[in-house]
Design a binder for this molecule. Sequence first.
Ligand code: F6R
Length: 609
Amino acid sequence: MCGIVGYIGKKNAVDVVLDGLKKLEYRGYDSSGIAVVKDGRLQIRRSVGKLKNLEENIEKRPLKANISIGHTRWATHGKPSEENAHPHTDPTKSIVIVHNGIVENYAELKSGLEKEGKEFKSETDTEVIAHLIKKYYKDTLHCAVRKTLKEIRGSYALGVICKDEPNKIVCARQDAPLIIGVGKGENFLASDISALLSYARDMIFLENGDIAELTSDKIIITDTENNVKNREVKNIKWDCVQAEKEGYKHFMLKEIYEQPRTIEDTFRGRIYPDEGRVYIEEVKLSKEDVKNISNVYIVACGTAYHSGLVSKFLFENFAKIPTEVDIASEFRYREPILNEKTLVIVVSQSGETADTLAALRLAKSKGCVTLAVCNVVGSSISREADHVVYTRCGPEIGVASTKAFTGQLTALYILALDWARKKESLSKEKLKKYLKELWEVPVKIGNFLKQAENVYEVAKKFAHKKDFLYLGRHINYSIALEGALKLKELSYIHAEGYAAGEMKHGPIALIDDDMPVVSIAVKSRIYEKINSNIEEAKARGGIIIVIASESDKAIADKGYSVIYVPDCDEFVSPILSVIPLQLLAYYVSVALGCDVDQPRNLAKSVTVE
Ligand code: F6R
């Protein structure tokens, strides 16, 4: 969690850092702060709440310099307050740091420093790092940071400046992302590339254990033993405009409407429906390798976990591989039975989710083959997994995941078909049919989005309700869970997703004439079954909202609110049926005046356990 940005060069560093922090606000928005060195003096501004508070603070007490570091915080140690906001300094105010991560042994380090007479101003774990750097500062900042990092256990992306070496920034990473933007006569650092896209295209993704020293015209990377490390400079092609709202009121709405393109980008060059061919360049598993897989675990958190639940049906139905799906925070502590024939797929938009990363490491330690479905190029998960399928969705800024989810569904669908092909568990005709079905999805979603006004009407009508039920079955049960999650996180309305067949075993007691029941009843093998479940809910007074297939004319006469989606095969239907549920949650949230892109208590990238 938290976002950090740094700049050294000829521009006004304060403008560059503030601009970068704006792009990183999705990583946390409890407080923010910025530090500069000017005329041999450290100057710091910090504010509680969103970044605009810091901007107002700087307007009142202006800052200008050629070197700066900044931070936007999501609290882990210590409440959101000005004292706990970064940057933090040592007591003599000569070292200043910004930090993303957690110092696991901070209590022990802090008590050691307190015994030496050091006083602390905040409740954060970060402040101990500033104290330690000062303690070890004898000759150079770089050397002091190296010594400090040897004492720290935990995760960090760090940016450090020192008033006595005003021409350099030292930064370091361990289990938290940190990227260097390479400029001409200027250099940058940030937690992710979206903060730097307006300034630099050449990026270096620091690796665990790296410490870098940035001056305006030089970047030196070493490890903690001071051995020089050569890191590749990657040219990033992401479009700057991709990271902006493009005229939409919220990033989330923009990202919902981007889905025809992001889904297509995810399968582009990977599927050839006419030839019945699938080609995923990044996955180097041969036919023999795939045949040797005894079982698959899909491990992820939140929305990404729901994509795993959908994909279980695909791996089992298409590739005939027994598949289990687990929440990463559960998987890592329950001693799952894993061996070298188990393939573990981790799914993560950010590629930095702490529990998912830990699950990946656990799988690796047990000798499993690992594969990541990931959106952020160069993220920790994408670098550590044996194979990666990128979802090619571009930056997802809205805290609620939308386009990354359909990207994950797309990538996993392709993967299941690729393995079905390698195992010959599907006929060529079926393979072509399923590929064609996916191929048509972007156009179908585009058509749906062009006339999605009735979702807005439904949202307006029911936004004041206190509880919602979401029902689904078979492959769309997970979409009921996802629909409920979207509503909860965006509008703070209580919502539950249920397998419709489970209703009679307890939850049906919840239904009364004030309860909207959102049901996914698209054409599929369980169409009749879910319709009976809907009738049962209606008989108890439930207000029925149905996601139905366009060709289902009969459903129009049943007195439900109906949202039609284009007809498609049941195995791709989750990619379509989730779109109205994303929009429903979005419009309810807007109707209630909630903060759509930054819902309360949440942050985009959960890099702590
Ligand atoms: C919900 C949402 C979260 C994430 C989860 C995993 O809208 O976005 O539930 O899906 O925190 O994040 P990643 O995919 O980055 O690992």
